[in-house]
Design a protein around this ligand. Sequence first.
Ligand code: GLV
Ligand code: MN
Ligand code: MN
Length: 417
Amino acid sequence: MSRDKHKLLRVDPERLWRRHIDMSKLGSTDRGGVNRAALTIPDVELHLELASWARERNFEVEIDDYGNQFMRRAGSEPQCHALVSGSHSDTQPTGGRFDGISGVLAAMEALEVIDDAQICTRHPIEVVVWNNEEGTRFSPSDMGSAVYVGQTPIERMLAATDDEGVSMAIAVNTLRASIDWAIERQLGTPISAYLELHIEQGPILENENIDIGIVTGIQGTRKFEVRITGEEAHAGTTPESNRQDAFMDAVKVVNALQEIFFDPEDKVRFTIGRFEVSPGSLAVVPGHVLFTIDFRHPENTVLQILGDQIAEVCKKTATRCTTQVVETRSAPSTLFGNVVQEVIEECAKQRTYSFKYLPSGAGHDARYMNSFCPTGMVFVPCRKGISHNEKEYASPDSLAKGAQVVVDSLLMLDGLI
Ligand code: GLV
Ligand code: MN
Ligand code: MN
């Protein structure tokens, strides 16, 4: 197709915004955010809604064994694998209305705009909804894309259970039963290129008044669970010298870890997001503590050196209790290749949108896709960089510009690869 023809295509900003608002009602919280854990009822409803839109336009709907859902507009050349765009639909428990779903809705907008213009693309173009990106109901995160590309064995991931003991396998069956007309998708089906739109989740684009972020890569991460085990005892009768207080040892461990992770350059990201004391009773000396560590850094050597010290620091610092450290997820820093970045830049320039190259501090499914096919990401500004928070906000105009770049980039990639 000619460039001029594709320049005529325009996303529909009102439709895109309305869909953000409609989707945010699935799992909405009292404070204006969204709590939509992977494959809970609101999340399955959302998958069904997307599938219905797809069906109205005769797009095929496919679901793979791990519950990743694809909506496909056919291409003209059978040897061309799909160009895929999308993100995730699950949220943090106090999540916002844009993290994840904006990438899915931008991709759906692209398919519909291309369909309305009756453009015949060489490649099929697909929207993907990756299952369980946030990892809050089923741990660890980013499972859908990791399983799809074969980086993580599916059996182990399907066996993961939520707090009620429901397995991912059962949750995936619930999704399948709700869209029982969907076609079976083989995990690892080849993809020609992957493009993910996401809110930036940081303040740079907004501060610098930039329309489009072109993501250069994703910083590495290591995630841990630390268990500290002492002995439960009576709070009124047990002398300090006889106590094996798991909480008190945990406090010492956390302070020691904070010291080794202190970074004058402020590049280290070290978070203890979950901290559980048990039995959690006023009158019982705690016998057990569980806490998580989310550690991220752009340099793999730093990830290795600091991350490898955690177990030793815990063992040395907890003087009265035993400690156990389990690494639950790790992924090195990833750099995206040039192909998709250059296409995004070209498309932003054609629309006279301002753009900036920047790395991602947050994790995304694009990390795993990058090992599988040419991959890139478009960031759009979000207010004050706030994310993983019910206050998260991206403007209709920012979302529309990002979606426009997704449409244009998919069409440019269709002519390029
Ligand atoms: C994704 O939500 C992340 O935690 O980076
Ligand atoms: Mn996300
Ligand atoms: Mn997130």
